[in-house]
Design a binder for this molecule. Structure first.
Ligand SMILES: [Zn+2]
Length: 325
């Protein structure tokens, strides 16, 4: 039996989808819907600021990746002649003292992080606390570079070059630069803030989604002439870079806030924070560590944030640690 009408109808429908799949618009539409769903499904809340973030990386993966790059970075420093203090068998004298001091600040901030996460859980934020799951590790790198970082998973490195800025700021580095540890605590608190809020994992997840988007754009314009293709890819790249920069600035502000919360819970003077970042902004261009080169918020924005947060931070400090001098 012949059913020409129905057959024709079915054929038209199938042809429609096939055509859509072949068309540039169709591929882009399907990719966009897929990426949107993926984006939605992998949103996690950042309790410290109340925003939500894209995060496709598990905590176990984060710790593993953090450990890998930590070892890689420290090995690289060593091969460039920058000693990692107390990494070998011997650990004595100033090396031991420096490492000990950094680890003590770390231990206090770490305890503060566990406490802060528990407080946020009690307040009803839905998130997985990580401060008690991280593999907290601290090393001091003997290097001129004023740098410090905390990788995902809690792997912290403090470069001796930063101690002059956090210490007496006299252009010379000495043990007395650690006599007053509050400013170094500001830096370490900020770096630990990045790790607690999974900023590294978020950036990786964003890059992954952007690569998928770029691939879809690439596939969909397979039949365009090369100069047009280049122009579109360039526009895509610029848009991607722009949104990454926006996220980086958001991350910096978030890390500042978390750092301040950790400071007062660990009984370090919160008033040191704005002063420290002002000092940091004064470091000469070539000397600037990569972390606060372009992504850190404009110093006015940062100062304004601290002015806004300071009364609360001081009150919290005084209720826990006694009156500030
Ligand atoms: Zn930062």
């Amino acid at each position: 039996m012949r059913m020409p009408t129905q057959q024709g109808g079915m054929y038209r429908g199938g042809g429609g989808i096939a055509r859509l799949l072949r068309s540039r618009f169709g591929i882009l539409l399907i990719a966009a819907v897929g990426l949107f769903l993926y984006w939605q499904m992998n949103q996690k809340s950042v309790p410290f600021s109340g925003r939500s973030q894209l995060n496709t990386v598990s905590i176990e993966q984060e710790v593993k990746l953090g450990q890998q790059s930590y070892l890689q970075i420290l090995n690289q420093e060593q091969s460039q002649g920058n000693a990692v203090l107390c990494a070998g068998e011997t650990c004595s004298g100033e090396d031991a003292e420096l490492t000990e001091d950094v680890r003590e600040i770390g231990a206090r901030l770490q305890a503060a992080a566990v406490e802060l996460e528990q407080e946020l859980l009690k307040k009803g934020y839905a998130f997985t606390p990580v401060a008690d799951k991280f593999d907290w590790t601290y090393y001091v790198v003997h290097s001129e570079t004023p740098n410090a970082f905390c990788l995902p998973g809690g792997y912290v490195a403090v470069y001796t070059g930063i101690l002059d800025i956090t210490g007496n700021y006299d252009g010379r580095l000495g043990m007395d630069d650690l006599a007053d540890p509050d400013k170094l605590a500001v830096v370490m608190g900020h770096e630990i803030g990045h790790a607690l809020a999974h900023h590294g994992a978020e950036r990786m997840s964003q890059q992954q989604v952007m690569q998928m988007g770029q691939m879809a754009v690439g596939v969909s314009m397979g039949d365009m002439d090369p100069s047009q293709q280049r122009a579109i890819m360039q526009a895509f790249g610029i848009a991607a870079q722009g949104s990454m920069l926006k996220f980086s600035r958001e991350h910096e502000t978030e890390a500042d806030k978390i750092g301040l919360d950790l400071l007062v819970r660990a009984c370090y003077d919160p008033r040191e924070a704005p002063e420290l970042w002002e000092r940091m902004g004064q470091i000469g261009g070539g000397q600037r560590p990569p972390e606060w080169m372009s992504t850190h918020p404009a110093s006015e924005t940062r100062a304004e944030n601290f002015r806004k947060w300071m009364p609360g931070a001081i009150a919290e400090y005084e209720s826990r640690c006694g009156p500030l001098q």
